[in-house]
Design a binder for this molecule. Structure first.
Ligand code: ATP
Ligand code: MG
Length: 386
């Protein structure tokens, strides 16, 4: 059932981190009232919320009470308690597809669904014990990555196995295997790319331009609106469109891909919410991923997206914060977003900046050769290895 929500009505957002905050900013710009719920009373999104509620995400009663006080509900993260989620449907309007959300909360069910839909992903197997692990390593081979099936972000809850010697790291492996895991073949990608796709309640689908992403130590560092070969783009667009259709998505979904040097494409993971690699859309496209999400969940038609200008997005981590004045001196044209998340801990995402240029070539030069970007990338690697 589709329903339209108008400016002045209230959008509730579960989670008031940076994604909730940017969703709230979009919603407010469009005239909606915003209410946010978070576990922390200093959540950064609260600064842009008409009304705030603090409580545990597992507190069934409080979450339901919050949901009842808003006209339409959305969320900034995918790990919402399944039982509460089922109940929320009867208490408020929750336009996003709950079945799809539950499915992607677990890497195993996510991969099983992708495989069922005929979509390619790296070879994988279920691992619940050391015995399972040994059997799956035998089948998949080295290198491979053991991942917790739930609650992973920024490469946390992952353990890479390069050789037999890594199978002997019993303390680390025992720690990992306290929870259900998946073993994935290491995909020898040439580059990583992603697409944010949007679908509205009328079934219209719109793809944001593709970005090429560079990660450092499992954390997204840069996203660039680079041109990928046409054949690769065609494959990625077809996969993204099918995912949006088959999942009956409402709102936006980030889709991460690995691309091999022969142009093969596999899906890494899905996130049915705004995505870090889509932050460039705030400046780079005519409508942002946050705007599209708000349009979709309020039952309004999507706007067709187009790239305004080649854009590079660079994440700002805790260790980069003291260098903001230097960053401004170095890139006076940068649009800097700081989320106001409090303590700038090492490797914690604190903000991002966007750089626009007339040509993709100019941005490619920056991402590969600029001294500040090189230094930030290097500093992370050096410290993480010590
Ligand atoms: P994020 O929060 O950034 O999405 P995450 O914790 O959900 O990260 P993944 O996306 O699974 O984790 O992995 C993080 C990064 O680690 C990937 O972007 C990629 O660089 C690398 N990686 C993960 N799985 C594989 C794989 N099977 N083959 C090659 N590289 C991988
Ligand atoms: Mg990822």
């Amino acid at each position: 059932m589709s329903k339209t929500f108008y400016p002045n009505q209230t959008i509730g957002i579960l989670g008031a981190g940076q994604l909730g905050k940017m969703l709230g900013q979009s919603a407010q710009k469009m005239g909606y009232r915003v209410e946010m719920y978070d576990e922390s009373d200093s959540a950064c999104g609260f600064a842009v919320s008409h009304h705030t509620e603090t409580g545990s995400f597992d507190d069934h009663e409080r979450v339901v009470a919050f949901a009842r006080s808003v006209d339409v509900l959305t969320y900034e993260f995918e790990n919402i308690n399944g039982e509460i989620l089922a109940d929320l449907h009867t208490r408020t309007f929750l336009p996003q597809n709950t079945a799809f959300l539950l499915l992607v909360q677990n890497r195993l069910s996510e991969k099983a669904w992708l495989t069922e839909q005929g979509m390619p992903c790296a070879d994988y197997g279920e691992v619940r014990s050391l015995v399972d692990l040994q059997a799956e390593v035998e089948r998949i081979g080295f290198p491979c990555i053991l991942k917790r099936t739930r609650f992973g972000y920024d490469g946390k809850g992952q353990f890479r196995l390069n050789s037999e010697a890594d199978l002997a790291k019993s303390t680390e492996l025992a720690g990992m295997l306290e929870a259900e895991c998946v073993l994935e073949a290491f995909y020898p990608f040439d580059y990583e790319a992603s697409i944010v796709i949007a679908r509205d309640t009328f079934g219209t689908i719109d793809c944001f331009p593709t970005v090429i992403n560079q990660h450092v130590d499992g954390i997204l560092f840069t996203s660039l609106t680079a041109q990928v070969p046409e054949a690769v783009q065609t494959k990625m667009t077809a996969i993204a469109t099918k995912i949006a259709q088959e999942s009956e998505l409402v709102g936006v979904c980030g889709i991460e891909f690995f691309v091999s040097n022969s142009g093969e494409v596999v899906v890494n993971e899905l996130a049915p919410r705004p995505h870090n690699t889509g932050h460039y859309t705030i400046e780079g496209t005519n409508v942002s991923q946050f705007d599209q999400h708000i349009l979709a969940i309020t039952g309004r038609p999507l706007l067709p997206t187009r790239l305004l200008t080649p854009t590079l997005m660079v994440n700002i981590l805790g260790q980069h914060i003291p260098e903001i004045p230097e960053l401004i001196k170095h890139f006076p044209q940068a649009i800097i977003h700081l989320y106001d998340k409090g303590e700038p801990r090492y490797q914690r995402k604190m903000g991002h900046f966007s750089l626009m240029a007339d040509s993709m070539a100019a941005l490619e030069m920056l991402v590969n050769q600029d001294s500040l970007i090189k230094r930030w990338r290097k500093a992370v690697r050096t410290e993480a290895n010590t």
